[in-house]
Design a protein around this ligand. Structure first.
Ligand SMILES: Cc1ncc(COP(=O)(O)O)c(C=O)c1O
Length: 390
């Protein structure tokens, strides 16, 4: 491994949202290891840092626009990684992917319309429809003991009865870590056609495929029909750990859908900042080696999490195929100990996890394993102690 992911980068007292949660009233750090919000504790790839230094060295930060080479970087990346040939005109740059979700909700249908999604789900999928004056309809994913699965008959029925106009797809899926396979994506596409839906596919985690048996298939590449009803949202921020630089993009092949999307952005969504675009170009063109090493390191972290969860009484998790997030079922543990909020319980035992209730699934917790191994191991020791295992 060329890159050192064990290196200690002290984020205490920095501007990190993740680390700032656990300071006391006097600003001192408490002894809670933060494994919640989805960023990693690793420095950005060296080519990204070099590109940023060069851009800062220029010294002028006037109003900027995406350069031709920044746009070319996206086009080439999609072709190289996903065999997806896009037209540069299909790209709509965004200052963040969640902005894109909210814009999509405003761009499709009208106030009061239903927007569907499958739960559990990354919380902005539930809030964006509401912020846009739409109704969110949820279709729970099923769990067969071996993995998370779609309930297509129920999805079909709900789409029909709610007359939803938009489906929000999370692929790979946060929080379960599933990489939807081609068959599953086809079923979504066929239902979209049947119910005349736009599919907004959030593919922000596409560069974090951990399972050797999975490959990321872009929803819009299923065929012309799927492409025509798709809004694909992507960003380099998860894979290359640069979410603080605020740069994402939508790819919208349909010109009428793209016009509606851009219309909904008018006057509200700012342009993308120069540093975000600079970092994106470097991430998409120069960082394959770093990404490969990162994925190896995350696979090692995932094995450590799986071992710890298997050994902790009352906790369980299903295979994580992508992301650096483990979705842990703590319901049995909580029920056995009369605990009503497992996230709070773990926090009291020195571990800051995300509460499954925010994802529509109380009793679950989400653990972010995108951190250096020694810190993760200390966190996992606390997890075991918190469940009564020494
Ligand atoms: C599925 C998904 N979409 C979007 C985001 C956030 O995107 P952004 O920071 O660009 O708004 C996250 C962050 O965790 C995510 O997991």
């Amino acid at each position: 491994m060329t890159f050192d992911f064990d290196a200690v980068v002290d984020r205490n007292g920095s501007d990190s949202v993740k680390w700032a949660r656990y300071v006391d009233a006097r600003g001192h750090n408490t002894d809670i290891i933060p494994l919640w919000v989805a960023d990693m504790d690793f420095a950005a790839p060296p080519p990204v840092l070099t590109a940023l230094r060069r851009r800062i060295g220029h010294g002028v930060f006037g109003y900027n626009q995406p350069t031709a080479s920044q746009t070319d970087a996206v086009v080439a990346y999609l072709r190289r990684k996903f065999d997806w040939s896009i037209d540069a005109d299909w790209i709509v740059w965004l200052p963040g992917l969640v902005s894109g979700l909210n814009v999509a909700c405003r761009a499709v249908g009208a106030a009061g319309d239903a927007i569907a999604t499958a739960t559990p789900i990354y919380p902005p999928f539930l809030s964006a429809p509401e912020f846009s004056g739409r109704r969110v309809v949820q279709v729970p994913l099923l769990c067969d003991g071996e993995g998370w699965l779609w309930d297509f008959p129920t999805l079909d029925a709900v789409l029909g009865s709610s007359r939803a106009r938009l489906f929000l797809l999370c692929h790979p899926h946060n929080p379960t870590g599933r990489v939807w396979n081609e068959d599953e994506l086809w079923q979504v596409a066929l239902l979209a056609e049947k119910h005349d839906l736009v599919v907004c596919s959030d593919e922000i985690h596409n560069g974090l495929i951990l399972s050797p048996s999975c490959r990321h298939r872009v929803f819009a590449t299923l065929g012309a029909e799927a492409a025509a009803r798709s809004i694909t949202l992507m960003a380099p921020s998860k894979t290359f750990n640069i979410p603080g630089l605020g740069c994402a993009f939508a790819i919208i092949p349909s010109s009428s859908l793209r016009r509606d999307f851009c219309h909904a952005m008018r006057g509200i969504v700012p342009h993308v900042n120069a540093l975000g675009l600079t970092a994106t170009e470097a991430a998409l063109t120069l960082c394959d080696d770093w990404q490969a090493d990162l994925l190896d390191y995350l696979r090692g972290n995932l094995r450590a999490v799986e071992r710890a969860v298997a050994a902790a009484p009352g906790l369980s998790m299903l295979p994580v195929e992508a992301t650096y997030l483990a979705w842990i079922d703590a319901r049995e543990f909580a029920a056995g100990h009369g605990i009503d909020n497992p996230a709070r319980w773990f926090e009291q035992h020195g571990l800051g996890l995300s509460d499954g209730a925010d994802f529509g699934a109380p009793g679950f917790v989400r653990l972010n394993f995108g951190t250096r191994r020694p810190l993760l191991e200390e966190a996992l020791a606390r997890l075991c102690r918190a469940t009564g295992r020494r």
